[in-house]
Design a protein around this ligand. Structure first.
Ligand code: B12
Ligand code: SF4
Length: 564
């Protein structure tokens, strides 16, 4: 069998070969294995690093760090990434094919349940395999989690060097007695950078997560990063040299995981300039920003990026000052508004803004006014997140005082508070989902202002209802759920039909006027199906619809209006 760079010998002989296990003896061991004729396969590995990513496009940076820092053990290790939704039994089968001695799992809120099932099966099928778990989900409340009980070892916090040390001990037959190990936080300069471990396939097909700094100096209580003492930078030139190699290998999609990219303006500027110097039409770079810090020199660099290249995720979370104080979030809202205005007017960056519903002290009216204020700032996307009680986060201190009721299972979303009952929390949850489909997806660019009552459907009509965006969309959201009983798997055609029907039947907009923006958006979406009223010649609600030709004219008129 061919021997690859990470080829490993058969696990059946593994336990009889302690010489292989000591650090520094890999080359010698390889020679011996060859000489003795052991069976090789590139699929086999003494150490397997596994995780279930949220989707295929999300490559795991954490596991690549662990592999990069395995030192001489790296040659015996490989990464096995799976996608959420893969059956745990299939994951277990795939892992056992490597005949591993150690399996390390990267555990996160999105995969903890399935990973627990995988480990439970592994422990039945191959109890001799040493299971190590690490990652943010198992770094806190260790004693309360089934997964931590099933695993042989739990490494909390950073795993970069602690995993390597544990593996060396286990492979040397010296299993440590202590099951829970506090991951060592070593100076970042001491870490091997993992970027060469992105394969050509990763570069061609996945988001490349990269990290110029770790940690966050802020203390927002809902966030795990609030437990960090500060932010630590990687050596910038060393980091950029890695970005250069990725770039030369064809990488164009970079996603920075830095908690607050604009914390250190000098470093941020250097990074922006790095990408400006390498600009091409495929480049896409994502950063997370804090909203109230945008110094002039950063703005100048941002303004030089062409459309579609920069993607900024900006957390607002809440505009309510009482809530901000309760959750220890410092934010200058007025500065944030000015920065948004500048970004929208002077830059071509795509702005994705986050709000959180269900925070302690926030009621529905306060959340609604926060949404309206954010909507008025015109980000391209608004993500309405429902508060989650992440393990280890200080938000838990408000549970009693604000009668916060959380889902006990992942994702630990808040179900009710003293100010937002369960029924309203469900309404907001559906609002968030439908907003994703209608407000964010970009498929309702012309219809959304009509749906939100900002713009009349008929360009000639200058009377628009004076109701705010949140309330308008909540009306639609309540109606859509009542009508479909679904929040997922709503086919695109059905969604367009539903929006049209809502505008006509519920909002009383003249059918002809409502058709214009809906049809224009449908055509622009590139969908190839036919809306139900196009098929039947009937508009929903029983009235006769226009003929397709007339619909087309209406679409053209609408488009003309937009151009004017
Ligand atoms: C990329 C990312 C995602 C991606 C998914 C990535 C993937 N692989 O699938 C997307 C965008 C989909 C996502 C979504 C969500 N995410 Co997210 N995400 C991140 C982010 C920004 C980067 C992760 C990363 O690469 N970090 C860099 C690496 C080096 O750090 P690391 O992964 O923590 O790994 C280190 C240690 O944890 C440990 N380690 C990791 N694996 C292992 C394995 C072993 C064996 C050992 C020993 C150690 C170990 O060692 C590593 C090196 O030090 C982090 C924030 C951050 N900056 O870390 C949040 C973060 C992981 N996400 C978080 C959350 C809450 C979410 C959401 C629930 C947000 C939401 N919508 O409300 C969703 C859930 C998605 C779902 N489908 O349910 C939380 C995780 C909380 C938790 N307990 O898991 C984080 C930490 C953000 C935060 N500060 O609160 N996310
Ligand atoms: S929400 Fe953002 S600013 Fe606040 S602690 Fe988390 S990463 Fe830092």
């Amino acid at each position: 069998m061919p021997v690859s760079g990470t080829a490993i010998f058969s696990g059946t002989n593994r336990l009889n070969m302690p010489w292989l296990l000591a650090s520094g003896h890999v080359a010698h061991a390889t020679a011996l294995r060859m000489a003795r004729g052991y069976v090789y396969t590139s699929a086999m590995a003494a150490i397997v690093l596994a995780t279930l990513n949220a989707r295929y496009v999300h490559a795991s940076l954490g596991l690549r760090y662990l592999l990069a820092n395995l030192g001489v053990l790296q040659a015996q290790a490989r990464i096995a990434e799976f996608v959420l939704g893969t059956r745990p039994v299939d994951v277990a089968e795939a892992l056992l094919k490597h005949t591993p001695r150690i399996v390390g799992f990267g555990v996160y809120i999105w995969n903890v349940e399935d990973t627990t099932r995988v480990i439970a099966m592994l422990k039945q099928l191959a109890p001799q395999v040493v299971v190590v778990v690490g990652g943010p989900e198992v770094s806190h409340e260790v004693g309360e989690q089934r997964i931590c009980g099933l695993a042989d070892y739990v490494i909390t916090g950073p795993g970069d060097v602690s995993f390597a040390k544990l593996c060396a001990q286990v492979l040397a037959g010296r299993n440590p007695l202590q099951r829970v190990v506090a991951g060592e936080q070593v100076p970042l300069q001491g870490l091997a950078l993992p970027y060469s471990l992105y394969s050509d396939e990763d570069i061609a097909t996945r988001f490349l997560y990269v990290e110029a700094s770790r940690g966050c100096p802020f203390k927002c209580e809902f966030c795990l990063s609030s437990l960090d003492k500060t932010a630590w930078p990687f050596d910038l030139e060393r980091f950029l040299a890695q970005m250069q190699s990725l770039f030369e290998r064809g990488a164009r999609h970079f996603r920075f995981v830095d908690r607050t990219f604009n914390l250190n303006a000098r470093a941020s500027l250097r990074i922006l300039e790095f990408f400006l110097d390498r600009m091409d039409e495929r480049l896409f770079v994502h950063f997370e920003l804090i909203p109230d810090q945008l110094p002039e020199r950063l703005k100048e660099a941002i303004a030089r990026f062409p459309a579609g290249c920069l993607h900024f995720e900006i957390g607002i979370q809440t505009f309510n000052p009482v809530v901000q104080a309760l959750i220890s979030r410092r934010q200058d809202d007025a500065r944030a508004e000015l920065n948004f205005a500048w970004l929208r007017e002077q830059s071509q960056a795509l702005i994705h803004a986050d709000l959180i519903a269900g925070l302690p002290g926030e009621d529905l009216a306060s959340f609604a006014s926060g949404f309206d204020r954010l909507y008025a700032m015109r980000p391209h996307e608004i993500q309405v997140g429902i508060l989650k009680r992440l393990r280890g986060t200080p938000i838990a201190r408000h549970t009693g005082a604000f009668r916060m009721r959380y889902n006990p299972d992942p994702p630990y979303n808040v179900l009710a508070t003293d100010r937002i009952g369960f029924a309203d929390m469900q309404r907001i949850t559906r609002f968030a989902r439908y907003w994703e489909m209608v407000g964010n997806a970009g498929r309702f660019r012309r219809t959304l202002p009509v749906l939100l009552g900002e713009q009349a459907a008929d360009p000639a009509d200058d009377t628009v209802p004076g109701v705010a965006a949140f309330e308008q969309f909540m009306r639609f959201s309540d109606w859509l759920f009542e009508t479909t009983k679904k929040t997922h798997e709503i086919a695109l055609e059905r969604l367009y039909d539903a929006v049209l029907r809502f505008l006509v039947e519920e909002r009383g907009i003249a059918r002809d006027a409502a058709l214009g923006p809906v049809l224009a958006d449908y055509e622009a979406s590139g969908a190839k199906g036919r809306l139900s009223f196009m098929k039947t010649g009937m508009v929903v609600g029983g009235a006769r619809s226009r003929r397709p030709a007339a619909q087309h004219r209406s679409h053209v008129r609408q488009a003309r209006h937009e151009k004017a």
